[in-house]
Write a protein that binds this ligand. Structure first.
Ligand code: SAM
Length: 246
């Protein structure tokens, strides 16, 4: 489904640019420095409109998170959702970001938010491997990929899958020894492909279910935007977790 272009999308992202990961297109020396604490870092690739990262970051507060989305009009929804959920304001009736104390950031103005308001998530508009390539070895406690595009129809697109070896090898490098790769999908072909690729890219599958909502993980599961749609259609959700073998 193609999204209609967001009005003032870039301006809206700029207003909340304090919630974007700074200098993400450079080499990351110390990835957690920007959070002002020592909590381990997890990455969500393809975060979509941000339901999952907003809920996860509120539930598992002992981690920092980077949420990565390559389409900026989708990323702006995620950033605004997170900000609104944290009580940082809302879109103003006539555009701009309106803070709870009545300030309005629009026309390219950026809110320089105090660190304590920013919480434990920073967003990046970018391509997954471009960003992961810049991260140091052994720097992530987890990588999460939920309902990534299956690219099933034409096998020439296989390399775009977020579980293609070109991605998995990079994930392995940046995950710590105890780190986990977590993956959910509705798509049988993509799931089978991922199950096949993981061991050949140096991962060991630690958990696997082909019916997440009937499994012991259901109670702890955070439902994503796409997951809700697939559930309504009665499609079983597949999920796995894999550890890098180091
Ligand atoms: C099918 S949506 C799923 C969104 C969300 N994770 C969910 O479960 O509702 C996949 C998202 O991943 C993003 N995406 C796909 N390939 C990507 C890549 N290589 N790097 C960053 N984001 C990507 C897409 O733009 C899209 O927003």
């Amino acid at each position: 489904m193609r999204m209609r272009k967001k009005r003032h999308g870039n301006e809206r992202l700029l207003a909340l640019s304090s919630l974007l990961y700074p200098n993400a297109s450079e080499t990351w020396e110390n990835p957690i420095e920007v959070f002002g604490n020592d909590n381990p870092l997890k990455l969500e690739v393809g975060c979509g409109k941000g339901d999952f990262i907003t809920a996860l970051s509120e539930r598992d507060t002992e981690f920092n998170y980077v949420a990565l989305e390559r389409v900026s009009d989708v990323a702006v929804c995620a950033v605004e959702k997170y900000a609104k959920h944290r009580g940082l304001g809302a879109l103003g009736a006539n555009g701009g970001w309106q803070t709870p104390d009545g300030r309005l950031f629009k026309n390219g103005d950026a809110w320089d938010m105090p660190l304590e308001l920013r919480g434990n998530v920073r967003f990046i508009v970018g391509e997954a491997n471009d960003v992961v390539t810049r991260m140091p070895d052994n720097s992530l406690a987890g990588i999460i990929a939920n309902f990534s595009d299956p690219w099933s129809r034409k096998c020439t697109y296989e390399k775009r899958r977020l579980t293609h070896p070109a991605y998995l090898e990079n994930y392995k490098r940046v995950l710590t020894t105890d780190g986990l790769f977590s993956f959910k999908t509705d798509d049988e072909t993509l799931f089978d492909y991922t199950v096949e690729m993981l061991p050949s890219c140096g991962f060991e599958i630690a958990f696997l279910t082909r019916d997440l909502h009937a499994s012991e993980r259901a109670a702890n599961n955070i439902i994503t935007e796409y997951e809700r749609n697939f559930m309504e259609k009665g499609i079983n959700i597949k999920m796995l977790e894999a550890k890098p073998v180091k």
